[in-house]
Design a protein around this ligand. Structure first.
Ligand SMILES: Cc1cc2nc3c(=O)[nH]c(=O)nc-3n(C[C@H](O)[C@H](O)[C@H](O)COP(=O)(O)O)c2cc1C
Length: 376
């Protein structure tokens, strides 16, 4: 891979070779990352499913959410802090679970976890992480933070519970069960040496007989149902968030089972093409949840203004997906840290311009309103 030329690092000299100090936004890392990555890896990172309609809808939804300046507001006590599931965070920009991060940089998930912790944020470690989850959690702790863990159903109950309990034993304070991707056709042949090292066995469809469907009798035979979710919630002590439930009835049922939070997500437009933008669904789901549990959002966040928009529509926090991987690919932990810092700076500037001194002020919807589709 065509990485920026390595420069020998002296004992007191941090390695800054890949950083883009002139970057004005996270978006500036996109082209830099593309230049570092094998084209197949780039395609895996960037692609949406189907015709890419949902991926495009995610961006359009943010672009149509207008921002209204509110000058003359006192900002002297302004801050972006919050407490989420008992954890104090400096700002509401978390890192979404993204699989196989050693594809993007040799330091993989450990770099992302360290960077997130150092920036007052938190990585959600994917079930498909390419490094041991204990090492990733330790890297986050070493930088003064923690890492959450994302759980994929492992085909049956006992294996799923063992994986969740391993994350708990490693010190992960929150579990996030992703439910929107039960069918996982591989779109990438993993290079030798990169695999989902935390799984007891690779996620594969159940064996099928003649005339059976690889979807119905194969993949879906490995997927959880409502009874499995109820069982899992009963057997876990940690807070359990569900990611990818978007129908009001499903959300209601998950809350009735005791789930502790909701991630409104369409998986970055990578699963069911034709889903609406997650931002569009957010206000309805926030209304439905009515403060019973925190509601988080991902899919399409590209800068700090988008973070503001998501909070104005009721999210407690957001998860950033592809943009932090652009930083990772280009400059490892420093790149991830830089991307996070850029988003946080943009969020603070947006808050100041829109007269919001705290995240609660944003959620009270000062400074954000829906623009008619043809007004910009
Ligand atoms: C390359 C890639 C791998 C992903 N792997 C996972 C995963 O292992 N588990 C999961 O729950 N979501 C996964 N996601 C979805 C992200 O967690 C998140 O929902 C999405 O990237 C947010 O959209 P954005 O990239 O537009 O910010 C993945 C996304 C990408 C781009």
């Amino acid at each position: 891979m065509n990485r920026p030329a390595a420069r020998p690092a002296g004992p007191f000299e941090p390695r800054l070779d890949g950083l883009a100090p002139a970057a004005r936004g996270a978006g500036d890392y996109e082209a830099l990352a593309r230049a570092c990555l094998d084209p197949e890896v780039w395609r895996y990172l960037s692609e949406g499913s189907g015709a890419g309609l949902t991926m495009a809808a995610n961006r359009r939804a943010f672009e149509h959410q207008g921002l209204l300046p509110r000058p003359l507001t006192d900002m002297s006590r302004g801050h972006t802090r919050l407490v989420l599931f008992g954890q104090a965070l400096e700002h509401p920009i978390l890192l979404a679970p993204i699989a196989y991060q050693r594809l993007f940089h040799a330091e993989g998930e450990m770099a992302s976890a360290m960077a997130a912790a150092a920036q007052g944020s938190c990585l959600t470690v994917s079930s498909l992480a390419s490094q041991p989850l204990e090492s990733i959690a330790a890297a986050a702790r070493g930088a003064g933070g923690t890492a959450w863990f994302q759980l994929y159903w492992q085909g049956e109950r006992a294996t799923t519970l063992r994986l969740a309990q391993r994350a708990e034993a490693a010190g992960c304070p929150v579990l996030m069960l992703t439910l929107d991707a039960p069918v996982k056709p591989s779109t990438l042949v993993l290079p030798a040496g990169i695999e989902a090292v935390n799984l007891e066995a690779p996620l594969t469809p159940a064996p099928i007989g003649p005339g059976q469907s690889v979807v119905f009798q194969g993949w879906m035979a490995r997927a959880p149902d409502w009874e499995d979710l109820a069982w899992l919630r009963q057997h876990l002590r940690l807070p359990l968030l569900v990611k990818g439930l978007l129908h009001a009835d499903d959300v209601e049922r998950a809350l009735a089972l005791g789930c502790d939070g909701l991630v409104v997500s369409n998986h970055g437009g990578r699963v069911l093409d034709g889903m609406p933008a997650s931002l569009e669904l957010l206000p309805g789901l926030v209304h439905q949840v009515a403060g019973r549990v925190p509601v988080l959002l991902d899919s399409g966040i590209r800068d700090g203004r988008d973070v503001f928009r998501a909070l104005a529509l009721g999210a407690e926090a957001v998860l950033l997906g592809r943009p932090y991987v652009w930083g990772l690919a280009r400059a490892g932990a420093l790149g991830v840290a830089h991307v996070l810092r850029l988003l946080r700076d943009e969020l603070e500037a947006t808050m100041a311009l829109c007269g919001c001194a705290s995240l609660a002020d944003i959620r009270a919807s000062r400074g954000c309103g829906h623009l008619p589709k043809d007004s910009i």
